[in-house]
Design a protein around this ligand. Sequence first.
Ligand SMILES: Nc1ncnc2c1ncn2[C@@H]1O[C@H](COP(=O)(O)OP(=O)(O)OP(=O)(O)O)[C@@H](O)[C@H]1O
Length: 481
Amino acid sequence: MGSERAIRILVADDEPLYLRTTGALLRKEGFECVCVANGELALSELNAQPFDLILSDLNMPGNFQLELLKQGRESWPRVPLIVITGVPSLPTAIESLRLGIADYLLKPVKYGDLLASIRRVLATSAHGRSDLADQAEMHPDDQEDASGPNVFHDVIGESPCMLEIFDVVSRVARTNASVLITGESGTGKEVLARSLHAASRRASHRLQIIDCTAIPETLFESVLFGHRKGSFTGAVNDQNGLLGMSDQGTVFFDEIGELPTELQAKLLRVIQEQTYTPVGMQVPIQIDTRFVCATNRDLEMEVNARRFRRDLFYRLAVVHIELPPLRERQGDVRLLADHFLKLLRPAGSKITGFTEAVLESFERYSWPGNIRELRNVVERGLVLTRGEQIDVADLPHSFQKSVSIEHAIAGDSGRGELGQVEPEQATLHAVMEGAEMRYLRMLLEEQQGNVSQAAVQAGMSRQGLHKLLKKHGINAAEFRK
Ligand SMILES: Nc1ncnc2c1ncn2[C@@H]1O[C@H](COP(=O)(O)OP(=O)(O)OP(=O)(O)O)[C@@H](O)[C@H]1O
């Protein structure tokens, strides 16, 4: 770091054994180390001398209300802080990240992990302490987004829930914390992961997207870790894996809920140790990678059903962002429709917008395929429109039908329109299920049983559509002619 004095670390923890051993380890590594047993002592040490890094327990006297974190960040904003806790909780994790901590580790922490985290944080926090102010000024999140407050690195939204998500992402992006993004299909999980990477200090490095459903289980290790020539039949050359290519960058595991149990254990090791061993090699390779994952499954439910490892879940969900479905994002539908119109309109097109009737139907509709479905509807509307405004008659036929079914269900045409649901069974759930089933049948009819095309039209993943068909016992083959 080019300084005349050794790097000085303040360690605050109320477990005497941990404090002693951590202090000894760090001194052995050449760091100068001051160890204290509570938050008040930590603050008085910070007042007395400069530090380059703070390593702090969450649950200790003088920090039960996160006092050390709060005052530390306020008075010494340029001193990076790594939080270590034996009692992980989502609210404190989020609050810590809001305060701008550099990393969040769970006890028991292996010394290798701790050292890796310290080195990573020191490396990014400075390339020299004096540069910190410049870095903060130059950080992409601190720059006013030229496109306005309703855009965060290509993610559009102005509903209160989206603004809150932008706020969390902008804070979390600066840390190395793993992030889990959940939400229905088409809500923008991948686009949010991209924005997280773009807003991070890793932005100039690679964002590696790995779709867990796309790699065959038997090849997963080789694809991820790489292999050495001759390590298995067919390994004719040395091959680098995706992880190796993502050093310094971010890896985004899409559909993480689909990862088989055996591979979950392997991924856990990579995340915990920040190392991987290529197939056919003995010596692990160190990486510095940030992990972001997404799923449309309820991962906590998967954990309770023992289909997903609890320890991996905690590792991945240090910060958990739940993307709301489009129907719950008040105001975003018009904004997004307008965005897609401008994005997809061919150069020289005379189409200027939508009729009010279209915008109203957009707002009324429940968008089961979320933003992907909206994008498809706008795209098809652009192709079919002859006038200057996209009108209801220009929208895809299936969309018009779905809107009118939902309209009817919503009661506009009286109870008789509930169709297959008997009035005494007409709970909201039953009605919605009925509408979903009719929509799926109509979709398959229109696409003559072609599930891939139907999924495109509905703005859903093929897998998501298959799941829905299974739920309703609909056989796509029946619709093939
Ligand atoms: N907030 C947003 N602003 C602009 N475009 C968005 C937004 N959210 C989603 N999109 C667009 O919607 C489409 C679907 O988004 P994305 O692939 O990120 O969804 P997803 O939740 O990852 O879907 P799946 O679970 O099916 O993989 C993409 O074309 C994406 O660009």
